[in-house]
Ligand binder design. Structure first.
Ligand code: SF4
Length: 325
């Protein structure tokens, strides 16, 4: 954190008195008035200017913005701002995990984002929509860039006034990464991307995820959630014929039995050229009911803004010439 060494009060008063700066308006839109100290922290950060710019902006029919963000080195990442008040941020350029259904991992990882590059995605989102929740579910695997991610969580709390409990770090998970999150100065909520509840099959679908046994990852995640007083979310991107069988339902219910988990069943956003499709709506509803009947909380999560190409990594795929547009 960069605080003003002196003159902080005067700067704060000037910022509060101005009251019309875009940055302050961002807070007013979510019904938040900054204290002089909070305004000073914001002013300090703004003094250095932004290091990223919005280079592409697509608004979908449901009001979702998909933003292409240009980095100082010419690379691009993507950010999705949703009318629900949530912004989905990227943490890396590309991703090394290589989940078979995800465009972000198709070309590997180019580099990590620093904390400012993550924080600025929230600023860009707020300039378009009132935003008071951050999910680290965009391009990149947060546990591969955990130091910058945890630094961003703290800065977004201090500068953006979004508490750790309204920030969700989504990871393929490892016992070590969860332990590091546990020791962070500002702890975010945790979401673990499962997608399959069988270790061998998961290694096929998520080839370069951490190799810790799923039972250990789930136990560590559940302990983290209990300690924070927040349920851990487990993510499951539904793919027809891959992870939507009755056996999958049995396995995930067994894996999450006894935890305070919430299973998010995500409706896959089609990526051109990928050999997958989402199950029918009827089958998705059946799966949710079956999981709930086995004592695990479950919900369906539709991806926002499919007509804006908001599925993870679509912009990168386009940049690399994978799809026309
Ligand atoms: S789903 Fe997430 S972890 Fe998997 S390749 Fe895409 S960005 Fe990486």
């Amino acid at each position: 954190m960069r605080f003003l060494p002196e003159g902080k009060g005067a700067m704060a008063q000037r910022i509060v008195a101005q009251g019309r700066t875009p940055a302050l308006q961002d807070f007013h839109r979510v019904g938040r008035t900054l204290s002089p100290e909070e305004a000073a922290t914001l002013a300090d950060w703004l003094q250095d200017g932004m290091c990223t710019t919005v280079v592409e902006e697509v608004r979908s029919k449901d009001g979702t913005f998909r933003l292409g963000i240009g980095l100082a080195d010419g690379r691009r990442i993507e950010t999705v701002a949703m009318p629900t008040g949530t912004v989905c941020v990227s943490t890396q350029v590309g991703c090394a995990v290589g989940c078979k259904f995800c465009a972000s991992g198709l070309f590997g990882v180019e580099r990590n984002l620093d904390a400012n590059e993550i924080l600025e995605q929230v600023v860009h989102a707020r300039r378009r929509l009132p935003t008071d929740r951050v999910v680290y579910m965009g391009m990149g695997e947060p546990s591969h860039n955990l130091e910058a991610v945890l630094d961003a969580v703290a800065r977004i709390r201090d500068i953006g006034q979004i508490s750790g409990k309204k920030q969700v770090v989504s990871t393929v998970g490892s016992v070590k990464a969860i332990a590091r999150m546990q020791a962070a100065s500002v702890r975010p909520c945790l979401a673990v991307s499962l997608h399959v509840a069988d270790d061998a099959r998961r290694r096929e679908l998520l080839p370069r995820a951490h190799k810790d046994p799923l039972a250990e990852i789930v136990a560590a995640a559940d302990a983290y959630g209990r300690d924070m007083g927040m349920p851990v979310q487990f993510e499951w991107t539904l793919l027809e014929g891959v992870n939507d069988s009755d056996l999958d339902v049995e396995q995930v219910a067994e894996l999450l039995k006894g935890t305070r988990a919430l299973l998010n069943l995500i409706v896959w956003n089609a990526v051109p050229g990928m050999p997958y499709r989402a199950p029918s709506r009827e089958r998705i509803v059946e799966i949710v009911r079956a999981v709930k009947a086995r004592g695990v909380l479950a919900t369906i999560r539709d991806s926002s803004g499919p007509d804006a190409g908001a599925a993870c990594g679509q912009l990168r795929l386009k940049d690399k010439g994978g799809i026309a547009g």
